[in-house]
Structure formats: structure tokens, C-alpha cells
Design a protein around this ligand. Structure first.
Ligand SMILES: Cc1cc2nc3c(=O)[nH]c(=O)nc-3n(C[C@H](O)[C@H](O)[C@H](O)COP(=O)(O)OP(=O)(O)OC[C@H]3O[C@@H](n4cnc5c(N)ncnc54)[C@H](O)[C@@H]3O)c2cc1C
Length: 552
């Protein structure tokens, strides 16, 4: 008998538990293949602990090849689906060639994306908490801020570096703010120039209270606990906009900060939104059996699927399965049973599940728990939280590693080694009116090309009394004379209005200048027009710089 091919897209809770259930009930009848862009399964509830260095980053994940027996795994990126020809297009391998994977049954379990576009500047300036790279980046960023604050001489910059704002107070926001706060406070003993009173950690929530899935009394306990730990909990106030050095709140307050962590803004998965499927609240519309209506053999589970829990769900959010790991696991198992039932000509079962409760860690060995209607808070809840997640972690090796990390964390100080492998890359930067972009003497680290707004450059030479001013508008740029000469800048640049600038890193700029000689002519001409006649020195310096670049 020919085996039917089941292709599962996404190796998160929904996809993995569907694949596991299908492989134990039907690997003799189905050829099962799972596609994911990483070769590991992430236990997302542990990401805040990775960010806080409580557990090692590789311990919050498990290799998909190890977890999935009788399942063919491929590390590929899904690029499209041709529903008519029943093939999924993926790119994979060394040459990243597009490949078509045929299917009889297709499960879409690709999770959600992040969409922060509603808040100007947040997409560009906020860190997110969705995957392992995010948690890693946040940890490096926090330690980097402490290192810079320890040597900061400007009190304003020090204040920005020591203010940490987490936006959104669901599970991930509360656990992230608690863990970040614990890391910072435990690490302070290594930073003699930082006083604990200079630390400001904030949790900003638009709703009237935190942890909406918990009952009001537990949420109130959690708020008190977080405040006792020195966290400012603000409810009823949201985020309006962000810049490189501040976040603006809906009550008009401007909080100077270099760290914004956005745990809000669940948006459609970028690939899923291009598939032409019927969507509801950014999720794929499915029926109660998790089938995509109008598409034979297409199913969807997990956060990406909008699964109705009742016959006429309407627009009531409570009538749809919530986006939690707890639900995704059960959805995956039920979906596998429905695929088996379909091929045995048996009736399918609608998805039905009632939450058994919720657990949230509050840091400092405290948590809140609401399980089977029983409410717990404090250390008992924290022990339950740890025990539950340990039992839930997939794979024996992962359980052991996390348990060891937890034990070590109780007795040894936090690891503040800063391994920052990320290089500054070209990006958009938002500035508020009045923001100082560059100061005299600052080492210019890139080219600034104005996209929106206006910025004013002022150069004063105290020795000669010479004064120069220029306003840069959209399409104009600055920084290039200094980059080409590789010398410190001498001007003050201030945003005259709210502005957006494309910042091209020095490395990217020098690569571009090296590969495109016409830029030299363009820049000489541009600099001549903006800063005065092109001087001999510039021509000589830029030729010298090019020779240096060519020698690289
Ligand atoms: C920080 C944090 C804490 C949380 N805490 C809890 C908690 O305490 N309790 C709880 O119940 N829930 C919690 N959640 C929610 C829970 O993690 C999610 O509901 C769950 O992960 C959803 O599973 P999923 O399989 O639908 O999606 P995901 O886990 O997001 O998996 C989707 C997979 O698809 C892959 N993918 C996406 N696009 C492509 C593509 N184009 N090509 C290839 N692969 C792709 C992704 O890389 C990912 O591996 C938390 C979430 C976060 C972020």
C-alpha cells in the first residue's frame, strides 16, 4: 500500500506534537515530513530565563531530529504553497535553491509573526522575545548597557542606559521583566560605578491590569510582588512611539531609555499572509476539526490557526482557542487523530479543550499559579512552575540540562560574560525633535541619510571663529567626509523636527565605496556643494582612504 504523504510546516508546539502523535499512531500508513527554518524546537516559555542567563541558551531548545522518530526532518524555509498542484515550495541547502515538496495532507503550524508598525519607531528600536536569537540579543544588550553605564560620564546617557522598559504584561512580558530585573540586580555587585537607585525597570501595560489570563486577585499579587522587587508597573497606559533614546507613552510621558522590549504586537506570519487563505485576526480561518475550508487536505494548528471552540463563535475572542503552548499541544494531538480518522473513513472530532490553568514566574523564587481552580502564589507556586515546566520539557537530556542550570543559578552569581557577535548593521533610526544625533568630537560610525524630517549640522571652530550651518532634509546625507577621512567628527547635529534617518554602518559604507568608484565622484561633488568647495586635502585623503580600503 502506498503511504500517504503528510507534510507539516513548522516545528513549534503545534507542529511537533502533531508529528509525534501521527508517528506513534500512523507511521506505518503515512510518510511524515516536518519542515522548520531552525533545526531545533524552542521551548518558548523558557526564553525569559535565557535572556536572564538563568539557563544556557542551548538548554531551552531540543534538536528536532532527536525529538521526532519516524519523521523525516528538513531544515528549510517555506516560501510558498501551490494548492492546485499540492506542492510546497521551500528553499534549502547550501545553494538555497527552491525545491517543491508534494503532499497529500498539509499541516500549517508556522506560528505568528511580530508586527509593531502601528507604533512609529518601535519596530526599529524595540527588542522582541520570540525566538532564541531574541533572548540571546536581549541578554547581550542588558550586559552591554551595564558595561557602558559603568564608564558613562554623561548623567543623561547613564540614565538612558540604566532604564529598561518592557512593553506588554501578558505571560511573556511579566516573566521577561521579572527575569531582566533579577539579572540586573544580581549583576550590580560587579559594577562599582552604578548605584542601585539609578536602575529603573518598567513594565508598561495598556490594559487596566497585568496577566489577563489570571484571576484579578492573583494579578494584584503579581503586581505587588513585581513592585517589591523594584519594578515600576504601569497599567492603563500604552506605548505611542519610540526613538533611539526614548519611548513615548500614551499619557504623553517620554521615558529616556536605550532598552525597549516589546512583547506585544502579535501579527500574521509574513509567509502565511501571502497564501491567499481566509484570515481572521491575522490567523488562518479553520473549522472545529482544524481543516481549512475550501482546501481539501489542508489543516492548521497552533497560534497561526483561528480554531473555534463552539459552533457559532462570532467575534467573541473567548470562543476561539487561545494562543498558548498548552492549547497548541492538544490541537496538534487532536489534528493527528483527525488525519488518521479521515483515512480510516471514521468521523472526525471537533477540537475541545478547557485550560487546566496558568503559571507565571515573577522572578526571585516567586510565581503565581492557577491550576484546576486552585490558586497559589509565592514560593510554592514557583516550585510548581519549575516542576511543571521540567516535566513538560521535551527530551530527557533537555530536562537534565535545565535542572542543572536552575540548581547552579541558586548558588553561583550570574554569568555576565558579554559575547556579542552581532555587528552594527544598516538600519532606520527615529529621532524626536531636539534629539542630539552627533556631538563635536564623537567618533562618527556611519553615514546618515535623511528619510523624513530635518536635521541641522553646526560646526564652530573656536580657534578661527568660523561658523558653519546646514540643514539636511529628505534625500540628503552627512557623515561621509569624516568616514572617508577616518577622522572624528567636529559638528553638532540636532533633529529640528521628528525625523527618520537611514544609518549605513561604516563597514557597509566602505564596502560600497570600494565596489562603486562612481561614488567617489558623486561624494566629492556632493560634499563640495554641501560643505563648500572640495578641498585638495579631501581629494588627497579620499584617494589615500581608497588605497587603504583596497589593501583590506
Ligand atoms: C516569551 C514567551 C513566553 C511564553 N510563555 C508561555 C507560557 O508560559 N505558557 C503557554 O502556554 N504559552 C506560552 N507562550 C506561548 C507559546 O509559546 C505559543 O503559544 C506556542 O509556541 C505556539 O506554538 P506554535 O507551534 O503555534 O508556533 P511556534 O512555537 O511559533 O512555532 C512555529 C515554528 O514555525 C517556524 N517557521 C515560521 N515561519 C517559517 C517559514 N517560513 N519556514 C520555516 N519555518 C517557519 C518557526 O521558526 C517556529 O519554529 C509563550 C510565548 C513566548 C514568546
Amino acid at each position: 500500500m502506498d503511504k500517504k504523504k503528510v507534510l507539516i510546516l513548522g516545528g513549534g508546539f503545534g507542529g511537533v506534537f502533531a508529528a509525534k502523535a501521527l508517528s506513534s499512531n500512523g507511521h506505518d500508513r503515512f510518510e511524515i515530513q516536518l519542515i522548520n527554518d531552525n533545526n531545533y524546537f524552542i521551548f518558548q516559555p523558557l526564553l525569559p530565563e535565557v535572556a536572564a542567563a538563568t539557563i544556557h541558551s542551548s538548554d531551552a531548545v531540543a534538536p528536532l531530529r532527536l525529538l521526532l522518530r519516524h519523521v523525516r526532518f528538513g531544515q528549510s524555509e517555506v516560501m510558498g504553497i501551490d494548492f492546485a498542484r499540492k506542492v510546497v515550495i521551500v528553499v534549502q541547502g547550501f545553494r538555497r535553491l527552491p525545491v517543491e515538496l508534494p503532499y497529500d495532507e498539509l499541516v500549517i503550524a508556522l506560528g505568528m509573526g511580530v508586527d509593531l508598525k502601528r507604533f512609529p519607531g518601535l519596530q526599529e528600536h524595540a527588542l522582541t522575545m520570540k525566538n532564541l536569537a531574541d533572548a540571546h540579543r536581549l541578554r547581550a544588550h542588558i550586559i552591554g548597557c551595564l558595561e557602558m553605564a559603568d564608564v558613562a560620564t554623561d548623567p543623561e546617557i547613564k540614565q538612558q542606559l540604566l532604564t529598561f522598559v518592557v512593553v506588554g504584561a501578558g505571560f511573556s512580558g511579566v516573566e521577561t521583566v521579572a527575569e531582566v530585573n533579577e539579572l540586573i540586580r544580581r549583576a550590580l555587585k560587579y559594577y562599582p560605578n552604578i548605584d542601585k537607585r539609578e536602575i529603573r525597570v518598567m513594565l508598561v501595560e495598556y490594559a487596566s491590569r497585568i496577566l489577563p489570563t489570571f484571576s484579578a486577585d492573583l494579578a494584584a499579587y503579581a503586581t505587588r510582588r513585581l513592585r517589591l522587587q523594584g519594578i515600576e508597573v504601569t497599567t492603563g497606559i500604552g506605548t505611542k512611539a519610540a526613538t533611539s533614546d526614548a519611548v513615548e507613552l500614551t499619557d504623553g510621558a517620554i521615558v529616556p531609555t536605550r532598552t525597549i522590549v516589546a512583547t506585544i504586537g502579535n501579527g500574521p506570519n509574513p509567509l502565511v499572509s501571502t497564501l491567499g487563505l481566509d484570515m481572521h485576526w491575522g490567523r488562518i480561518k479553520v473549522d472545529r476539526f482544524m481543516r481549512v475550508p475550501g482546501h481539501e487536505g489542508i489543516w492548521s494548528v497552533g497560534d497561526v490557526a483561528d480554531i473555534p471552540l463552539v459552533e457559532e463563535p462570532g467575534e467573541e475572542p473567548l470562543n476561539y482557542a487561545p494562543q498558548t503552548a498548552q492549547f497548541a499541544v492538544r490541537e496538534g494531538r487532536q489534528l493527528a487523530a483527525n488525519i488518521v480518522a479521515k483515512h480510516e473513513d471514521k468521523p472526525l472530532k471537533p477540537f475541545a479543550y478547557t485550560s487546566k490553568g496558568s503559571l507565571a514566574s515573577l522572578g526571585m523564587s516567586k510565581a503565581v499559579a492557577e491550576v484546576y481552580g486552585v490558586k497559589l502564589s509565592g514560593t510554592m507556586a514557583w516550585l510548581l512552575w519549575r516542576g511543571f515546566y521540567l516535566s513538560f520539557l521535551p527530551g530527557f537530556a533537555t530536562k537534565i540540562r535545565v535542572a542543572v542550570d536552575w540548581m547552579l543559578n541558586l548558588i553561583v552569581p550570574p554569568n555576565i560574560v558579554l559575547i556579542d557577535s552581532s555587528k552594527p548593521s544598516t538600519r532606520y533610526i527615529h529621532y524626536r525633535k531636539g534629539d542630539v544625533v552627533l556631538e563635536p568630537g564623537m567618533l562618527i560610525d556611519g553615514l546618515y541619510s535623511v528619510n523624513k524630517g530635518a536635521l541641522k549640522l553646526t560646526i564652530d571652530n573656536p580657534e578661527t571663529g568660523e561658523h558653519f550651518e546646514k540643514v539636511f532634509g529628505p534625500g540628503e546625507h552627512f557623515g561621509e567626509p569624516v568616514l572617508l577621512r577616518s577622522a572624528p567628527g567636529t559638528g553638532l547635529v540636532v533633529a529640528l523636527e521628528d525625523s527618520v534617518v537611514l544609518w549605513v554602518s561604516q563597514q557597509d559604507f566602505t564596502w560600497l565605496a570600494r565596489a562603486a568608484p562612481f561614488l567617489d565622484t558623486y561624494l566629492k561633488d556632493y560634499i563640495g556643494k554641501t560643505l563648500g568647495a572640495p578641498d585638495e586635502a579631501f581629494a588627497a585623503e579620499s584617494a589615500k582612504r581608497r588605497r587603504e580600503l583596497e589593501a583590506l
